[in-house]
Design a protein. Structure first.
Length: 269
């Protein structure tokens, strides 16, 4: 079965679909014949994307709200059911990052990242489970290379993305007597939108420096891997060579890995 056959007629709910990887996921899913619901906190960004996609009103739903607010997720699910009658796929893509050592970072910045990336994945999932059970649907958690190891200066992000592994693992077992697919992907460096921002330790939103292109996947490549993973029902996918290296090295040479990270951290300070 190809992606068109799998996604045609399905309803795909993508959190954080107003830009970046989420927007690309929505664009691809629409091209495969799916109906999509996209969310984000900023209504104007969602309206802009909807206009840009220029698809029939019947195939797209936009919803502005915060993924960390459970009531908002319940409203979102209700809107999807009222409009489409079902949800087949939930992709927990909305996420934020911050940098700064534990010593330097403001507690509220740390909390925002952890809340958004953890509760912002758990709450949409919780709201969708009864609906996904009815259609043998799928839920995907979007983690990162930072979810494979503790990264110095990125511990809030690492902690939150590592937690998704625990959540996905638990949910998979909880739903083992259903036909709901639960998966987690570890996304590698992906080309960012130029408007993407990260939190500084003080809580200012600042631009993210451009990464070297040889290390970076396009948003389309990353999004396509996620949609393929759901179709293939593969529980865990490490999308990048760097991610596979981090995982392998961490398992086989844990001391060497820790030494390299310490050395690299020292050289930056
Ligand atoms: N880009 C990478 O290299 C990379 C690598 C590994 C993993 N990832 C993961 O992939 C996912 C997407 O990353 P991206 O680079 O595409 O990010 P992005 O361009 O910053 O987009 C993030 C999306 O999430 C939404 N969002 C953020 N906080 C939200 C909240 N509290 N409630 C609702 N929506 C919220 C944003 O819209 P609003 O701002 O309007 O709310 C936006 O639509 C994230 O989970 C990220 O951690 C990315």
């Amino acid at each position: 079965m190809n992606l068109n056959t799998f996604y045609n007629g399905k309803v795909v709910l993508i959190t954080g679909g107003s830009m970046g990887i989420g927007k690309e996921l929505a664009k691809l899913a629409l091209s495969y014949g799916a109906k999509v619901a996209i969310t984000g906190r900023t209504l104007s960004k969602l309206e802009f994307v909807k206009k840009e996609f220029n698809v029939s009103e019947q195939n797209i739903l936009i919803h502005a709200g915060d993924v960390t607010d459970y009531k908002n997720n319940q409203e979102l699910v209700k809107k999807c059911i009222d409009k489409f009658g079902k949800i087949d796929v939930l992709i927990n893509n909305a996420g934020l990052s911050a940098f700064g050592s534990i010593e330097d970072i403001k507690p509220e910045v740390y909390k925002t990242v952890v809340d958004t990336n953890i509760y912002g994945s758990v709450f949409p999932t919780k709201a969708c489970i009864p609906i996904l059970k009815k259609v043998n649907g799928s839920v995907l958690f979007v983690s990162s290379i930072a979810g494979l190891t503790g990264l110095p200066d990125y511990s809030a992000y690492s902690l939150s993305k590592m937690s998704l592994r625990a959540i996905a693992h638990a949910l998979r077992i909880e739903l083992k007597n259903t036909n709901v697919f639960v998966g987690i992907c570890y996304v590698g460096f992906t080309e960012n939108e130029i408007t993407k921002k990260t939190y500084s330790p003080n809580g200012e939103l600042i631009a993210i420096p451009k990464r070297p292109s040889f290390l970076t996947a396009t948003r389309e490549q990353t999004a396509k891997k996620m949609l393929k993973q759901i179709k293939r029902k593969k529980y865990s996918v490490n999308q990048s060579i760097l991610g596979n290296l981090v995982m392998f090295q961490g398992k086989v040479f844990p001391k060497l890995t820790a030494w390299i990270m310490r050395l690299n951290y020292k050289s930056k300070k």
